[in-house]
Design a protein around this ligand. Structure first.
Ligand code: 5RP
Length: 225
């Protein structure tokens, strides 16, 4: 039996094998994408030449520590590949993301990538999305009204806080509303409805975006979806 950390690591290191010389790469965020960045850093230090953009301030810092230099977004037309984590994924590669608060930059980056590869441990692969509260990035202005509108979609909403009880603020200066639906039976419909709530900047449902998922399994192997 392999540990959760090792499941993340084997998935991420498998994905790093897709990175080739000359590629433009999107670097994801979270504890699984972390291992992909470490591996890509190792490859760069051994001579691999890539252009990279990061999906969060934390990943940017990690990439720089690893010797991966980041290219300004305006110098990149389109990314070849983004490797990122997920909080939940189903067998149609529909995802919940944003547990790490980076969903906005992650979604923009995924949208502009030729290929989005998701890396995750076995526990993230579910039959139906929704046990994980759906992160929704909202603007601070009138957030109480926005939260009320989100609750009217049939969820209980918790405004994300930092451990010191202050409000969690994203890299973009917004708040995160964690929306507990219990189960999300029609993700496409929910995605459209979330898009109609004023104050919502972006939500963590990623539908039709992922091209492949690499799942690290308890028996030490990877499963490809
Ligand atoms: C951050 C994300 C992460 O990819 C997601 O939360 C998974 O993180 P981890 O690999 O730590 O479980 O969406 O916003």
């Amino acid at each position: 039996m392999t540990s959760e950390v090792n499941m993340k690591k084997i998935a991420a290191e498998h994905a790093a094998k897709y990175v080739q010389d000359g590629m433009k790469i999107g670097l994801g965020t979270g504890s699984t994408a972390y291992y992909a960045i470490l591996k890509i850093g190792e490859m760069v230090r051994s001579g691999l030449s890539i252009q990279a953009v990061a999906t969060s301030d934390a990943s940017e810092k990690l990439a720089m520590e690893q010797g991966i230099s980041l290219t300004p977004i305006h110098q990149i037309d389109r990314l070849d590949l983004t490797i990122d984590g997920a909080d939940e994924l189903d067998d149609q590669l529909r995802l919940i993301k944003g547990g790490g608060g980076a969903l906005l930059r992650e979604k923009i980056t995924a949208y502009h990538s030729e290929r989005l590869v998701i890396v995750a441990d076995e526990a993230k692969a579910v039959a139906q999305l929704g046990a994980f509260p759906l992160p929704v990035e909202i603007v601070p202005f009138a957030y109480e009204w926005t939260i009320r509108s989100l609750a009217q979609l049939g969820c209980s909403v918790q405004l994300r806080r930092k451990p010191d009880e202050g409000l969690y603020v994203t890299d973009n200066g917004n708040y995160i509303a964690d929306c507990r639906f219990q189960e999300i039976s029609r993700p496409e419909e929910l995605s459209s409805r979330l898009g109609t709530v004023p104050g919502v900047v972006e939500h963590g449902l990623f539908i039709g975006m992922a091209d492949q998922a690499i799942i690290g399994c308890r028996d030490g192997t990877v499963r490809l979806l």
